[in-house]
Design a protein around this ligand. Structure first.
Ligand SMILES: C[S@@+](CC[C@H](N)C(=O)[O-])C[C@H]1O[C@@H](n2cnc3c(N)ncnc32)[C@H](O)[C@@H]1O
Length: 296
């Protein structure tokens, strides 16, 4: 029998999609070469590779533990109706449901909501942790919430000044918002650059286009962003002062506001306390704001 052969080439689905280059002038290119000396490519991945990563099967309870450590009694959520605004892949919402709350997670990212629903099912919590794929701004529930939690979202969402009034409107009388987020914009890691460089305040030293060019070369080769706002996940350049203004403008009042509570060793705490006490320097030096706010 006549032999038949086939020649084939297979291409990976993980091929990077070409993105238009960031235009740099000669001086920018010198700056880029300098910045690249402080960068590493250890976490370089395309967006497709990130999406293809298998979701972690277990529910990660670290965010619940973090909130517990920060707010203690405020997280006495058994029997309460809780909203997780910007819930991501649902770990916190599911952990709270397993702790006895009735939780709704809302997120604008459909892939994360699908993952959250799968995890809730796997964890046997799908009846107490439900998920809505929507912008919080468009969410109209049947009933109000006793607590709203928001973790690592306030420096990402594009319209924080609209988010806070919306949260206020979703709170039942006497309800509370508990929020943890950072790093903030004017802090050493404001652009969340730790994936490719440990250069502190890199965004204040180098122009945006140079930092984003370095980010593309060493960290996210297929993220076409030319502004911090447009990187995947987005950064809204949130500062402490902006957040405080938005909280007050929404008619909310702070019951507790803590900066850098994650610092555990005494010298770092002392340094943070001293630096954050400097008049005028506060918004730049505070690394994170960890503010819970109560319905006023
Ligand atoms: C950095 S992630 C944090 C996710 C999760 N809270 C966690 O800690 O793992 C920020 C989340 O906010 C979501 N988000 C941004 N804008 C939103 C909006 N308008 N409504 C709802 N979710 C939003 C994003 O899709 C993203 O999942």
């Amino acid at each position: 029998m006549e032999e038949r052969t086939i020649k084939a080439t297979a291409t990976s689905d993980l091929r990077p999609t070409p993105v238009p280059p960031i235009l740099l002038n000669a001086f920018d290119r010198v700056l880029l070469r300098l910045l690249l000396r402080f960068c590493n490519s250890r976490s370089r991945k395309t967006e497709t590779e990130i999406d293809a990563e298998r979701p972690v099967a277990e529910v990660d309870s670290r965010n619940l533990n973090k909130l517990m450590a920060r707010f203690g009694d405020g997280l006495n959520i058994e029997g309460l109706r809780v909203l997780d605004a910007g819930c991501g892949a649902g770990d916190l919402a599911i952990s709270m449901a397993l702790a006895g709350a009735e939780v709704v997670g809302v997120d604008i990212d459909g892939k994360r909501i699908t993952r959250a629903r799968e995890k809730a099912q796997q964890a046997g919590a799908a009846d107490r942790a439900t998920f809505v794929h929507k912008s919080l701004l468009d969410y109209e529930p049947d009933r109000l919430f006793d607590r709203i939690v928001s973790v690592e979202a306030f420096e990402h969402i594009p319209e924080p000044e609209r988010f806070l009034p919306k949260m206020r409107d979703l709170l039942a009388p006497g309800g509370e918002i508990l929020s943890v987020f950072g790093p903030l914009w004017l802090s050493p890691y404001g652009p969340h650059q730790y994936g490719f460089t440990r250069f502190p305040w890199v965004h204040l030293v180098f122009p945006e286009r140079v930092v984003l060019a370095a980010r593309r070369m060493t960290f996210r080769p297929t993220d076409a962003a030319t502004r911090y706002e447009d990187i995947r996940g987005g950064l809204n350049r949130m500062t402490v002062e902006r957040f405080k203004r938005a909280v007050h403008a929404a008619g909310l009042r702070f019951e507790r506001l803590a900066y850098n509570p994650q610092l555990s060793n005494a010298p770092a705490k002392l340094a943070s306390g001293a630096l954050t006490a400097l008049p005028g320097a506060q918004p730049g030096i505070r690394r994170n704001a960890r503010p819970p706010c109560a319905n006023g």
